[in-house]
Write a protein that binds this ligand. Sequence first.
Ligand SMILES: [Fe+2]
Ligand SMILES: [Fe+2]
Length: 272
Amino acid sequence: MKIIHLSDLHITPAGKSLFDADPAAQLMQCIAHINKHHADAQLCVLTGDLTHAGHPLAYQRLAQCLQALKMPVRFLMGNHDDRQAFGQVFTAQATELDGFVQYAEILGDYEALYVDSLQDGYTDGYLCERRLQWLEQKLEQATRPILLFSHHPLPMLQYPAMDWLRLSNAEHVLPLLKRCAQPVHLFSGHVHRCSAGVWNGIPFFTVNGTNHQHELDLHTHGAATSTFEPASYAVILPHAEGVTVHFQPFGYDDSVRFPYTGSLDALKCRHA
Ligand SMILES: [Fe+2]
Ligand SMILES: [Fe+2]
């Protein structure tokens, strides 16, 4: 199985740039790369901040861009999103919880949980009692390893400019995850950086934005500094022995390619 993970598209209405860039053009470049290299993926998960300001015209523009993508899409809400405006455009979006974009599906030998961590009017994330109860039930009933997608990361990333803006009640989620009899893997965006690690025994991954990134400044508290470091997406490979995640920059397809070694004889391998 192959799942593509994008985040933080920050799409704007046509004609409106963002930080002197065009998020839709960036997304189209990303989609072209995915279609060229990973058209065999089962689906593409967009973990929120789909638009920059939740404008209905931005969701329409997103829908137009996604027509080019050669696989089904799953959506999550981020702090820059507006559920109502999103719902007016993506009318077929499933939910298992009225008023939220929160749902689950079986993906082969895995189960994906899509959690809506948006709290209206705030930058950090939050799961209210209803969303927590839904999650608790799903985790209790799980018969397969879990891929849990949310916009806001649950762990501290040791990155002070964004850690204070993560899921604010992650301490309420942790016991539910620890009680789950199945392995759980966490996938998020929001921090506009690729990171991976283990949080209280639970593996987690975050992925870059497709438009702008945040500088890796591990000292400054307060607001992050944005950059145009290379954008990338993640390729998630759930398999029989666990989950592998590759981070793939896009926009470098014309990079020079060359053989790692001129001769196979130069490679020594005990198992060859
Ligand atoms: Fe974002
Ligand atoms: Fe965000």
